[in-house]
Design a protein around this ligand. Sequence first.
Ligand SMILES: [Zn+2]
Length: 319
Amino acid sequence: MPFNMHIKICIFFLKLSIYSGTDRFIYFGTLIISMEKQVICPHCNKDNISKRGSYTTSVKGKVQRYYCRDCDKKFVIRDGFYRMRNSPEKITLCIDLYFKGVSTRKVQEHLQTFYPKNSTWVSIYNWLIKYSNMVGSFTDALKINTSKSIQVDEMEFFTKGKPTWFIDTIDPESKFMVSSSFFNRRGINEIKEVLNLAKSKDGNINHVTSDGFHAYKYSVKRTFYSNYRAFTHKIVTASKGEGFNHPIERLHNTIRERTKTMRGFHGSVESARALMKGIEINYNFNRKHQTIDCCPYELVTDLQLSKNKWLELINLSFE
Ligand SMILES: [Zn+2]
């Protein structure tokens, strides 16, 4: 909204309040102004904008068109679903079903039953990759509040016949998967990447548990040890009968449950990485964990999400 419009609305409510003799309307007016999001021109990033008609599409309903007085261009507000030919509800329904364990072909069958216009399983697969990456950039940048102690471990997969690795960290208290990524090797650099991501999300982590795999020792030390802070690295040895304190093993069972039927998982490492990010997002934000009786994100972030978690996360990722 341009500045002069702000002023006009303020004056309008000011007059109202003078007539009614209270300042309640000023408060009300300010509330309305703050509720309306400021429109910025996508071409020149200025806010000298006016409304210029609207049009209706079958997918999105009424779409407001804007005009930039500075660069003389018309535009519509872009969101996470810009130029998509299907509604946000339909797209997020498919993403939700897929990460709950329904295959892309089964999701397509579901669409055929309930939607007049069909979408191929390839479109559905492309939505999974696109939105897992989009929301992943947002959730990877979140600041969270863990128990300060994490477990790190890896899972072996086979992608196009070659071994690949999913490396992840979990906060055993909140069950939140703090960081993860997918690689075609598991060396010091790959482990450090995942540990650094965990560190960037919670700078107060001071304890890491891992198994005895040699690359952990060096990676944990390089990522977390400093002269200023007490830090401990606990190594558990499976052969001595010591296990992890289970949360990460249970998490990996949950992941295996989903990946064993994932056909699309056997494409490139990049698309497998995106799908695994989708699994992380679904696990943290869209799946009630029985032990804690809520979604893990509720214990480590301030986010308030409504029922359609994927839709809200996509919108948040785009802001
Ligand atoms: Zn402009």
